[in-house]
Design a protein. Sequence first.
Length: 279
Amino acid sequence: MSVGEFLKERLAALLPDPAEDLRDPDYIRDSLALGWLIATFYFRADVRGIENIPADGPVLLVGNHSGGNVTPDSFVLGLAFNTYFGVERPFYQLAHDLVMLMPQVQWLRRMGMVGASPGTAERLLDRGAAVLVYPGGDWEVHRPTWKSASVDFAGRKGFLRLALDRKVPIVPVVGIGGQETALFLSRGEGLARFLRLDKLLRLKVLPISVAPPWGLNIGDFVGHIPLPAKITVSVLKPVDLHRKFGPHPDLEKSYNHITRLMQRELDRLAAERRLPLLG
């Protein structure tokens, strides 16, 4: 067995079962008050357009991803969703394998985080859930801080195939402020290739940032303490790809349409901000 095969096998053994659903509505309900206290006073959270999410039925929320392995925009959106629609409505967030190995994973799984394994999103949508995906994944979430106001899915179109196969609407979600919760210096994609992390762990990046409590933080594998940047989340109106582009939507046109909508809203949110952290 090669080193790569051994590491993949060990990683698979450590990962939680992606089919296991630990979302706990009672736990979420009990956590809302403290969550809003943190979101309001630490992140000065501002959530707009939550009513644009369809009131029931399966829906695919597609967001830009910010904040390294600690993503406050996801936290804020989850609070808003569960408060507005109630904790009984199933809401899940897909996460990369390495996030599923982080120390806080049990808390996050009780809030609805699940591993982004093949078939997970399909099963959840088939059950009528709202599912949040971040197509940009580790590539986007670790972009340099000075690229905060950019949507970068790296051309990934799997979310479009998912929405089309399951015949569910896409609700674009745009957040800003997360990339100011640390000083993100580099994705470290060259270092990841050198260490063969792309082959061993499906990691295209080995990010380098400056964040408390570590100072220089390489990898962000155990997370960090986010700086108190103002987080603004804007939920856009649903997009029905079949209604927009006909019975056989072109993936490239669909991708450009969704990312253009999101970038336009992100530009608008960025224009509102005056100073880093303060918003």
